[in-house]
Design a protein around this ligand. Structure first.
Ligand SMILES: C[S@@+](CC[C@H](N)C(=O)[O-])C[C@H]1O[C@@H](n2cnc3c(N)ncnc32)[C@H](O)[C@@H]1O
Length: 347
């Protein structure tokens, strides 16, 4: 029986490869040449070359392969046999110790990967609340580890049984309806003036609106136009009213002497201070205590309104407070620890 050569053996005959390898070895005087794969893709060629002890180079026009190759062949050798640098490993083992290959680097990646996960949870974890599990899945509450964006959903209407899908638009409107219910519940935390300001903002933003409309809304929210004005967040003149922008709020505002303190004011003063740096905002949190958490909730609520209404600048302001919340709060705690005798204001 005659042996039929495979295509690869015809295209790259082993004898030819061996001959070429011997020639290369002779030219490079036993020192193997560097390898360069200009279209490296997933990096198998540079990785194998490196594994054989060759100097490996790689490039690609696609940034994903570039990233893969950086992680695969460029970064690990730089840290080969080095100890980890994360504080916990250092504490445990001292700065040295024996770390073979990429073990030290892997230890750091695990440590800082966990740090990033915890940090993400601290900063945006509140946007991903626990869900109630149905009985058939054990009941109770569970943390969601991945959210999938479903473009169509099966209709809960029994008349539409049989896999009828509803449009994304209908699904979104149902989602928003549920969201509104949740948010309405959250509104219970706000004072009456803030509840009024929130509803007014949803309709008018910082634009002027008719006094009569403001008055009707005030009745519904159990406050008065004069009261909201006294709270220092509203301008009323010539039959028109408008909410004051954060930069128009009283620059000398002191929550300790404010006789009609509102979550609305606290939120906007926090954002204003944040523009000057985290320290000022942290001082306010330190002064007002844990109840400023409600200001964070309001800021998030205002952010969702701005996003829905496509008010980009305001959305950025509110989002900034939400995003920097954990940092500012940490700073406030540090300040509090440095001045332990200072008490918190009771709202
Ligand atoms: C088949 S993959 C490479 C596989 C890789 N050499 C291996 O052996 O595993 C081809 C790669 O070439 C890259 N590529 C295509 N055109 C390119 C160009 N003009 N410059 C750089 N990379 C290119 C593609 O992005 C793709 O990642």
């Amino acid at each position: 029986m005659t042996y039929k050569k495979k295509l690869i053996e015809v295209a790259l005959p082993l004898e030819a490869i061996n001959k070429e390898a011997a020639r290369e070895n002779y030219i490079y005087k036993g020192k193997p040449p560097p390898v360069y794969d200009p279209f490296c893709g997933g990096g198998s060629i540079p990785l194998e070359a490196q594994r054989m002890g060759l100097e490996a180079h790689a490039s690609d026009l696609n940034p994903v392969p570039v990233l893969i190759n950086k992680a695969l062949i460029e970064i690990p050798p730089k840290f080969a046999s080095k100890p980890p640098v994360n504080p916990e490993a250092k504490k445990k083992l001292g700065a040295s110790g024996s770390w073979k290959g990429a073990a030290g680097l892997a230890e750091d990646i695990r440590y800082y990967g966990q740090w990033m996960r915890d940090e993400a949870e601290k900063r945006i974890g509140h946007l991903y609340p626990k869900v109630k599990l149905p009985k058939e899945h054990g009941g109770g509450e569970a943390r969601v580890i991945a959210w999938l964006w479903a473009r169509t959903v099966a209709s809960p209407n029994p008349a539409a049984k049989g896999g009828t899908s509803m449009s994304v638009r209908t699904a979104l409107s149902l989602i928003n309806q549920s969201l509104d219910e949740v948010l309405a519940e959250q509104e219970g935390e706000f004072d009456a003036d803030t509840r009024w300001a929130l509803a007014w903002f949803d309709q008018n933003g910082f634009n002027e609106g008719a006094y009569g409309m403001a008055e009707t809304l005030c009745t519904a929210k159990n406050t008065s136009v004069q009261g909201v004005k006294d709270a220092g967040i509203l301008e009323a003149k010539g039959g028109k009213v408008r909410l004051l922008k954060k930069e128009e709020l009283d620059a000398d505002w002191n929550p300790a002497t404010d006789s009609r303190l509102t979550i609305w004011e606290i939120t906007h003063h926090l954002i204003r201070r944040l523009e000057q740096g985290e320290s000022g905002a942290a001082e306010l949190i330190q002064q007002l205590g844990a109840k400023t958490e409600v200001a964070r909730d309001l800021s998030y609520r205002l952010y969702t309104i701005c996003e829905r209404r496509k008010w980009a600048q305001e959305a950025i302001d509110y989002n900034a407070l939400v995003l920097s919340w954990s940092d500012v709060q940490r700073l406030a705690q540090e300040k509090k620890a440095a001045a332990p005798t200072q008490g918190e204001m009771q709202l």
